[in-house]
Design a protein around this ligand. Structure first.
Ligand SMILES: [Zn+2]
Length: 471
């Protein structure tokens, strides 16, 4: 192919990855064999044939990309980084978990432990090809600096709610009431996060507003969350229709299904990224589509919950759909593969989606859902230099004539050897450069054992067996 708009920069030395397969992720889904990508500062300054890109960037550092493929960085629209603590535990008990813990495990950890857990989650995200991640949680201010330090592009969404619940609350249950004081406290914490982080790290970190759950959000809270997003000209998010219990609760308490309750309170619309939408009926799908609501689909977690949300119908109705991981894992590679397989099973269609479709969902789809499509989501001149590079010379990948298909069907996150975010290497030659990963892994293993030991010591009647042997 030709040489689409090389932008020369005479002053800054660029980095060029040359002689590689460039999966551009552009609208035409161009894949350039023997191609090159030039990065100047934090942006992509050229994409094209190696000869053209090298000739137009004299003095650039040239990295030989022979045997490598470069993809646009993956964009995770829905993550809870600290929840790596529940790995191996909450995946197997449904949602809300059919496992009656008397208190949340997250009430048994210190701020220091929270920082370490979240940072490990961010490292996992980078290792599996993510360059952007929306973190939705409570108390993000505790660990924001640490996860920003990993180099990830972040959207921080501090949860708010005003539903009054006890320590053993399970999502989906009705709150006992609503508290204006609690609402103000949570909104203030979210506003503080905006003050500290919206636009921080040269714009690499931004914020979203967030109402955590439909069932713990009063109409007043929903109005405040939407107003907060409008004030900062950003988006907002919520968990929506994630369990059957939530549907039953909303009908019992509000006389409306969850999406209809949000519609009635003017909460739907293109600033909203609604997570899950697993149990939406035809009327809700129409309402979500009509309002041009954005959806984030977590196919791997949905599959664990034995459900495939009506994603094709939501897309047909006009929703933009991005992808996310949800709890316990940050592996967007697994998410793409699961999105392809579960949708084929759910629709009985063996030729749709195609691997190129799921790559688009995890890149441009997610970028559109987060309203960042002008800056990220594809390898095109002028966009942010967010990318990952895989080693194609692997027993499970060759031959590599159709690398997108080979990678989605047969690849592994371990094929990813380098990740660049905002023009900086966060990982290179298989090594994460921004943290001491080995120490982090040891520490998280210790934290997990300590926290779950605390749970069992404090609540010996927990009907749950764990092998808590040290080491
Ligand atoms: Zn979630």
């Amino acid at each position: 192919m030709g040489n689409p708009g090389i932008r020369r920069n005479r002053y800054m030395p660029s980095t060029i990855i040359a002689n590689a397969t460039i999966v551009t992720g552009d609208a035409a889904r161009n894949v350039i064999h023997g191609g090159a990508i030039a990065i100047t500062d934090d942006v992509i300054s050229a994409v094209g044939s190696s000869a053209d890109v090298i000739a137009s960037n004299p003095g650039a550092e040239v990295i030989d990309g022979r045997g490598k493929a470069v993809f646009p960085g993956l964009i995770n629209c829905h993550a809870h980084l600290v929840n790596v603590l529940s790995r191996g535990i909450t995946e197997d008990f449904g949602f809300p978990p059919d496992l009656p813990f008397p208190v949340s495990i997250y009430s048994l950890i210190s701020d220091e432990e929270r920082i370490t857990l979240a940072t490990l989650g961010a490292v996992e995200a980078i290792r599996s090809g993510s360059t952007t991640l929306l973190e939705m949680a409570s108390g993000i201010d505790v660990y924001a600096a640490s996860i920003a330090g990993t180099g990830l592009r972040l959207i921080l969404a501090e949860n708010t709610d005003d539903g009054v619940v006890g320590p053993d609350y399970r999502p989906g249950q009705p709150p006992s009431g609503y508290s204006a004081g609690q609402r103000d406290t949570k909104l203030r914490r979210a506003a503080d996060l905006f003050s500290s982080w919206h636009g921080a790290r040269d714009g690499r970190v931004t914020c979203f507003a967030s109402a955590q759950l439909v069932e713990t959000s009063s109409p007043e809270l929903l109005a405040e969350v939407r107003a907060m997003a409008e004030r900062y000209d950003t988006g907002y998010t919520i968990h929506l229709a994630q369990s059957r219990l939530e549907i039953d609760t909303m009908i019992a308490t509000r006389g409306l299904r969850p999406s209809n309750y949000l519609a009635e309170n003017d909460f739907l619309g293109p600033r909203l990224v609604a997570a899950h939408c697993r149990y939406v009926d035809e009327g809700e799908i129409a309402a979500l589509g009509e309002a041009r609501t954005h959806i984030t689909h977590q196919p791997a977690m949905a599959a664990l919950r034995a459900v495939h949300p009506p994603i094709p119908a939501l897309r047909d109705a006009g929703c933009i759909v991005g992808l996310g991981t949800d709890n316990n894992t940050q592996d967007m590679f697994e998410v793409m593969r699961t999105a392809l397989r579960t949708e084929r099973v759910a629709t009985g269609n063996a030729i749709s989606p195609q691997p190129e479709d799921v790559v688009e969902w995890a890149t441009m789809g997610s970028a559109r859902a987060l309203q960042m499509e002008e800056r990220i989501g594809s390898l095109e001149t002028g966009k942010k230099a967010d990318l990952f590079m895989i080693d194609m010379r692997r027993a499970h990948l060759v031959p590599t004539m159709r690398i997108v298909s080979s990678f989605i069907h047969n690849g592994q996150p371990g094929d990813i050897e380098a990740v660049m975010i905002d023009g900086k290497w966060a990982m290179r030659d298989g090594r994460v450069l921004t943290v001491n990963e080995a120490e982090l892994i040891d520490e998280v293993d210790r934290i997990g054992r300590r926290a779950w030991t605390r749970m069992i010591e404090q609540h010996p009647d927990v009907p749950f067996s764990l092998n808590l042997s040290p080491g």
